[in-house]
Each structure stands twice: as structure tokens, then as C-alpha cells.
Design a protein around this ligand. Sequence first.
Ligand SMILES: [Zn+2]
Length: 171
Amino acid sequence: MTTLTHIAVGAVIAKTVLSGHNIHTDPGLVYAVAILFSNLPDIDVPIFGIRRTIRLNWNHRIHSFLHFPLFWVILLVAYQVGVPLNIRQPLTPYITIAGISLGIHFLLDSIGFNRGICWFGPFIKRQMSITRLVPEGKTVMASCLQYTKSMLFKMEVAIFIGCSLYLLVRR
Ligand SMILES: [Zn+2]
């Protein structure tokens, strides 16, 4: 899914957490954490540069450790084991929100068009997707055009509109 959808879903996660749970958190920080972690697996794209990213032979979902769920699981386990309880305790709501946001990012990316996600990367670099993957176009432009004509694009627009309505309408 695209960055816009990940941002919208992150904001929905934050709003849902804040409206549904009576937890002592800073609302601004909840939004920041949810939106940041909803996009963090894709952060390698601006880091490595757009030029590298649009090269069709470089797929950040295969070539970047940030897009392997296992990396985040190891990080979380290291945090649980390595950070003292008195430091962890006040951070628990934020870490939970971060984990949920990351998980939902990977689930959304599992609804793929050209690319899926390597759930078992870096050990098994096979892209998996709930939907049937379509071979990429010969150029980035061709792939983008192909995508905008797909059912998946319509679905992504629907998710984005749904999230926007939820954020605007629901108190
Ligand atoms: Zn992604």
C-alpha cells in the first residue's frame, strides 16, 4: 500500500486507541507513534533515495531489513529483555501502539499488486501476498499506470476514504 494509506491507517489506530481505552497517554504522542510506526518499514525508500528505489531491480521489500517482520520482532524482544522494567512500564502503551502499527503495515502490504512481503525474510526471500501478484511493467511509469487501473487501487482509495471519514466524523 502507499504512504498516504499507511498514514491514514496510522491516524485511525491512534484515534481508536484514544477513544476506546482509558489510558494515560499524551494524545499527540499517540498519533506521532502510530503514524511513524505505520510507515517505518518503508523509511528506507527516502533514506536510500528515490533513484535507487525506482530501479526495478531494487525492491526494498526484498533488499531492506526494515521490511522484514522478523527484524522488528527481534528488536521488540531485545527491548523487553534489555530495558529495565521501570523504564519500560511508562512506555508500554506506546510500544504496544508501535507494534500494532507495524503489524498492520505488514498486513496491508500483504495485499499486493506487483510486490508482496517477505514474511520470513531474510531467510526466505519469497514475496507473499493474499492477492495474486501481477508481473511488474517494463518501466516504473508502466507499473504505476497498470496499478491505477487495478481493482486493488480502487480498494486502496476506498480504504483511504473510509479512514478519512472515520477521522473526520467519529468523535
Ligand atoms: Zn511497506
